[in-house]
Write a protein that binds this ligand. Structure first.
Ligand code: GDP
Ligand code: MG
Length: 441
């Protein structure tokens, strides 16, 4: 990770007194590469590195911080600042209802999905949202939103693809006023690229509806072109904020930096999956940690806190301390993991866990497999569960018979388990100290 690289770069610096142009050159090069790797726009990177350079030069090399941490700290703080850390990036819905939110962006960015997520979020905030399908071009776009509405029990305005989007939106506002909806979410059409026709249409909707928020929905996977697209939308529509989607994938989210740097508009939410609850309020520091390759420990802890059974976590923590992760724990773990969502998305948030994750592949079971695994573990004796090394050939046969499975399946499970044991050991070693503490709450 960047941290490791900088650590070694800065080892040389120890005792040199102050940072100079010369002795931070290498470190800045690493920072530059890390940002480019995270898909931050090259111009943004250039400006940024310049800023860090001027802030670093002349600074004393502290003995108390590990040397690499010092530049990381400066880089981190500057990035958080750039991302709007500390600014208020909440939705501005303080107006006479119905207040409207307009979603804009390229096709496939996640507008329709984000409409559903946002409506769900607003409902949880005791608001009464109405969703409005105004994408009349893409086949089945209206139906897509209606399906989300049914899943969420949130009303979707009745529109059809032979109407003009601007009329649909204007009618929807009237409907909302008459029927007591306080928030109207407009799902507009996208294109593969920015074009004038689309922009004119969006502009017409904006004039007709005067939305309080215009949220530009951006795919986190978008690379260098994110800047052009975002400024294209911002120049025409004067967006009020950004939703960064698909941050559950491999993308580091550098696009968010570029967009914020170029438009000056805050990221308000991030999308973390296809499911409708996969929406998080944006935290600048977390995104920055992710971009710098420091993992997203905070998000992990929160997520784990929300789903982990506290007692179970405490028990597990005790066992981990004594290095006694056994098959009983494995079974409990699998159940917890299922509750937490995709294993990979969770492990991906822990610093340096990439390697462990590869080993873990195939450890996450399907519903059916989970049942089988449980049956197998249930057929073991207490002793076998506590120490799997005693399970020899004849025991395997007995367990297979007892659980209605095959010896092969028992072998497979034991293999998985020892892999999981390895991962657990690695996690302990990496151990962000607060991790288990965080889970305890
Ligand atoms: P639109 O064309 O902008 O309305 O995009 P959609 O909402 O139809 O989304 C396009 C695809 O991206 C769909 O398959 C969504 O399930 C998926 N998608 C949207 N948001 C996310 C997200 O945060 N994470 C992931 N993994 N997929 C997402
Ligand atoms: Mg759509």
């Amino acid at each position: 990770t960047l941290q490791d690289k900088l650590d070694s770069v800065f080892k040389k610096l120890r005792g040199q007194g102050v940072m100079t142009e010369d002795n931070i050159k290498e470190a800045l090069r690493e920072v530059r590469l890390a940002l480019l790797e995270a898909d931050v726009n090259f111009k943004v990177v250039k400006d940024f590195v310049e800023k860090v350079r001027s802030r670093s030069v002349g600074t004393e090399v502290l003995q108390s911080l590990a040397p690499g941490q010092q530049v990381i700290k400066i880089v981190h703080d500057e990035l958080v600042l750039l991302m709007g850390g500390g600014e208020d990036n909440s939705l501005d819905l303080a107006a006479k209802p119905p207040v409207s939110i307009m979603m804009v962006g390229l096709q496939g960015a996640g507008k329709t999905t984000s409409c559903g997520k946002l409506a769900r979020y607003l409902k949880s905030q005791r608001r009464k949202p109405l969703m409005v399908p105004a994408d009349v071009y893409r086949p089945a776009a209206i139906e897509q939103l209606k399906t989300l509405g049914r899943q969420l029990s949130i009303e979707v305005f009745d529109s059809s693809s032979d109407q003009k989007p601007v009329d649909i939106c204007a009618n929807a506002i009237r409907y909302a006023t008459l029927n007591g909806f306080d928030t109207v979410i407009l799902d507009t059409a996208g294109r593969h690229q920015i074009d004038d026709y689309l922009m004119d249409e969006l502009d017409a909707i904006k004039r007709a509806v005067e939305p309080r928020e215009i949220l530009f929905v951006a795919d986190a996977m978008t690379g260098q072109e994110a800047v052009n697209v975002a400024s294209g939308f911002n120049d025409r529509l004067d967006i009020t904020g950004v939703i960064l989607t698909k941050l559950d994938g491999d993308a580091k989210g550098g696009a968010a930096l570029s967009i914020k740097a170029v438009t000056g508009k805050p990221v308000k939410f991030v999308g973390l999956g296809e499911k409708l609850d996969a929406l998080d309020v944006f935290h600048a520091d977390r995104l920055v940690s992710r971009i710098l390759g420091m993992g997203d420990v905070l998000t992990l802890i929160e997520k784990a806190q929300a789903t982990f059974d506290t007692k179970e976590a405490e028990r597990l923590q005790q066992k981990l301390k004594k290095n006694q992760f056994d098959l009983e724990d494995f079974r409990a773990q699998l159940q917890q993991i299922k509750k937490m969502g995709s294993l990979e998305s969770i492990l991906g948030m822990i610093p340096g866990v990439g390697k462990a994750m590869k080993q873990m592949q195939g450890v996450q079971p399907s519903e059916k497999e989970l049942k089988r695994i449980e049956a197998i573990i249930d057929s073991m004796t207490r002793k076998e569960r506590a120490d799997h090394t005693v399970i020899n050939g004849s025991r395997r046969l007995r367990i297979a018979k007892g659980s209605g499975t095959s010896v092969q399946e028992v072998n497979q499970l034991l293999k998985r388990f020892s892999e999981a044991q390895k991962v657990v050991k690695q996690l302990q070693k990496l151990g962000p100290k607060g991790l288990m503490k965080g889970m305890k709450g």
